[in-house]
Design a protein around this ligand. Structure first.
Ligand SMILES: [Zn+2]
Length: 339
């Protein structure tokens, strides 16, 4: 298993960090763990600056042990916790930014993740309150009916590590409740806790000024769609292109330069997506896993930091709080981060 897929250039994909001002959450790592990951790769690989990785990719000059550092999802914890580590090493990374949050949009997945990690000791505490809130919501009858014939062990049977509560929660969230129904229940819970999505969204995401500083310091800012759909490839071609056109325009206005790199949110893309990205001048793109893909400039593989910490025997934070509204089979990092 040791670095079985590593003999080809790839990115190291990071998401959540914890440290001063950022509570531990499912799969999050601290600065020390990040440092140890960098040290490991420095021994076995060549860790390139993002701009060098980009230039070598464009000229076909990447070696099999070349890697780069990438951050997805515009998270402020990356800027506050991981950036100082990079600066100590004199390294520049790729930062793949979804622009909706910069334009003031609140991304519920991140807000709910923060709510779970800051307001509950463990996942069963969260589930208990979720089921109670559901029972007093307008969706109570629908849920009760759906659960009549529900046999937990038959649902998501391919994931043996899920508990009965995990299965019941996912069934309700992903199958029974609509997206807005799930939001209704979460809003009831947050109200009961005396907080709100707006309050929880404060300090979650990187802002325009920080992006400018990263860009000016030599980091590479790339696209990650505008609203971060979990299944972008299911959108019609015009909406797919719109996601990236808006994303690119907003980032270009902030940076004064047009991004030409990207990573695929939730690893969701198809030939239509790739054609649209090429039409926008995107020259380098990253997947969200190490699975074999065609040798395409827009499909460079990446290793999830959750896999790296497992392989190195490091200990990520694991409050067992699940974090995503992602259907089984998705390669979304959030699901991949669940231990
Ligand atoms: Zn993402």
């Amino acid at each position: 298993m040791q670095d079985a897929m590593a003999n080809r250039p790839h990115g190291l994909m990071f998401h959540h960090f914890h440290g001063t001002g950022f509570a531990p959450s499912q799969g999050s790592i601290d600065a020390d763990t990040f440092e140890r990951i960098l040290a490991h790769y420095a021994q076995s690989h060549r860790v390139l600056d993002a701009d060098e990785y980009l230039q070598r990719a464009l000229s076909g000059d990447l070696g099999p042990r070349d890697v780069c550092i990438t951050f997805d999802d515009s998270l402020l914890c990356q800027y506050d916790v991981a950036l100082p580590v990079l600066e100590r090493h004199g390294l520049h990374a790729f930062w793949f930014i979804y622009s909706g949050v910069i334009a003031g949009r609140i991304e519920p997945l991140e807000v709910y993740r923060r709510y779970r990690s800051e307001y509950f000791d463990d996942i069963d505490g969260f589930y208990a309150e979720f089921f109670k809130a559901l029972a007093r919501s307008p969706h109570a009858d629908t849920a009760a009916t759906a659960l009549c014939d529900f046999v937990p062990r038959h649902y998501l049977a391919e994931f043996p590590f899920y508990t009965e509560n995990d299965r019941r929660f996912r069934y309700l969230r992903d199958i029974v409740l609509s997206s807005s129904g799930y939001d209704d229940v979460m809003t009831l819970m947050m109200d009961a806790s005396g907080t709100s999505a707006a309050e929880l969204a404060e300090g979650l995401w990187i802002g325009a000024e920080q992006l400018r500083m990263l860009h000016q310091a030599g980091h590479v800012i790339g696209l990650h769609s505008h609203t971060h759909p979990t299944m972008l490839a299911a959108l019609p071609a015009d909406l797919q292109l719109r996601e990236y056109t808006d994303n690119q325009q907003i980032l270009a206005n902030i940076l004064g330069a047009t991004p030409n790199t990207m990573s695929h949110p939730c690893n969701s893309y198809d030939d239509v997506t790739l054609d649209g990205l090429r039409s926008l001048g995107i020259e380098l793109g990253f997947r969200s896993n190490m699975s074999p893909a065609p040798p395409s400039a827009l499909e460079h593989p990446r290793e999830d930091h959750a896999n790296i910490v497992k392989r190195l025997g490091l200990c990520p934070t694991s409050p067992a709080v699940t974090s995503a509204r992602v259907l089984p089979g998705s390669t979304e990092r959030r699901l991949g981060s669940i231990c």
